[in-house]
Design a protein around this ligand. Structure first.
Ligand SMILES: Cc1cc2nc3c(=O)[nH]c(=O)nc-3n(C[C@H](O)[C@H](O)[C@H](O)COP(=O)(O)O)c2cc1C
Length: 181
């Protein structure tokens, strides 16, 4: 199946990319096709609230780099979203990216996503331990996407400040998630 990963950090060698890439290693070893978008290197406009998607029951009409993403998402079996924590929230570009999924809901509130998409979140932060304010926002973020008929499979919180053994356990878990998608 097709697995899409969206790397949300501008630091493509950062911790969220490292953990996400480990999920992708597992997915490749399980025989899946992997497609990676780096949010900082593609053009993603904000939702302009034009209502075209609701009037036409259509994917978003904005002509930017998400055009190809919608096509791929309709054929995908899994979506991995990763993002660094900025001020206890998912970073701005990944919020903009998530907002655009509004187009996947029809006028009658049904989702236009016909395929089952498994959803995994990878969130990185400076704080070495998960903390509630941020965890709440990570959950909210995944729930907004899962409202489009995506099924939340797992969510990983990582930090460069984690003790090495905890980081290794997280990377091992990430690989297993990918392998079992
Ligand atoms: C603008 C900004 C705001 C940040 N705010 C927080 C924060 O509120 N809590 C936190 O734990 N870390 C915070 N950090 C640290 C980042 O979350 C951390 O460096 C990041 O997760 C590293 O991820 P990456 O290596 O994938 O880029 C902030 C960093 C930046 C640049």
């Amino acid at each position: 199946m097709k697995v899409i990963a969206v790397l949300g950090s501008p630091r493509t060698k950062g911790i969220s990319a490292k953990v996400t890439n480990r999920i992708l290693d597992g997915a490749v070893d399980a025989g899946h096709e992997v497609l990676v978008y780096e949010i900082d290197r593609i053009k993603v406009q904000g939702c302009c609230g034009c209502g075209y998607c609701k009037r036409k029951n259509s994917d978003c009409c904005i002509r930017d780099d998400l055009k190809g993403y919608w096509r791929n998402l309709h054929k995908a079996g899994a979506l991995i979203v990763s993002a660094p924590n900025y001020f206890s929230q998912v970073c701005g570009p990944m919020l903009t990216f998530m907002n655009r999924h509004y187009c996947l809901t029809n006028k009658d509130h049904t989702s236009r996503l016909q395929n089952d998409v498994k959803l995994v979140g990878v969130f990185s932060q400076g704080m070495p331990k998960p903390y509630e304010a941020a965890e709440k926002n990570y959950r909210w973020y995944l729930e907004c996407l899962s409202a489009q008929s995506m099924q939340i499979i797992d969510s990983l919180t990582c930090s460069a400040g984690m003790p090495p053994e905890e980081m290794q356990a997280l990377l091992d878990k990430a690989y297993e998630i990918g392998k079992n998608l």
